[in-house]
Design a protein. Structure first.
Length: 169
């Protein structure tokens, strides 16, 4: 008899604890305050974006640049393998260059920010995923993001390589 009373008290305390804990995190009403950010891209991202757009427009290439692309937005993973999806979920590239006509991914660009450890570590997942999908990855060191000439040289050589490979197929 006493055992039933003690077990009941323990259950009651546990339920009460979780009730109080959940109530603390719930917000009453729909009074969420959202505000538009003043910018979509950081200063370094903006510099690279403008360089990419200028290069593509100047060369009259049939390409388009999309900033901040999640891998799950442009990489397919099998529905029966949820782990494959979860592995790339939350990972992103700074820019994705796509063919303007079919929006087929051509090149992914990743800015190597050595100060952001988690971003650099995400490359261990991003690189193999892009290799499997036959999407070229360009890594740009954060030290050269404001050097338009160096970025253009890197982009130019990679895009020529990718376009030559596409023409062979």
């Amino acid at each position: 008899m006493w055992l039933v009373v003690i077990v009941s008290l323990v259950i009651l305390v546990v339920v009460y604890y979780f009730f109080i804990k959940n109530k603390q995190y719930k917000v009453e009403g729909d009074d969420f305050s959202y505000k538009s950010k003043d910018f979509l891209l950081s200063k370094t991202e903006r510099s690279v974006y403008e360089t990419l757009c200028h290069y593509i427009n100047h060369k009259k290439l049939r390409l388009k640049v999309f900033p901040k692309m999640r891998l799950t937005d442009f990489l397919w993973s099998p529905k029966d393998n949820r782990n494959a999806y979860l592995r790339i979920s939350g990972k992103f590239v700074d820019f994705l260059i796509v063919d303007k006509i079919g929006l087929k991914p051509v090149v992914a660009i990743f800015i190597m920010n050595k100060d952001n450890r988690s971003k650099v570590l995400s490359l261990d997942i991003i690189e193999p995923a892009l290799n499997n999908a036959d999407i070229e990855l360009i890594k740009i060191d954060s030290d050269i993001v404001f050097d338009e000439r160096k970025i253009i040289d890197i982009i130019d050589s990679k895009l020529k390589e990718v376009c030559n490979n596409d023409n062979k197929e």
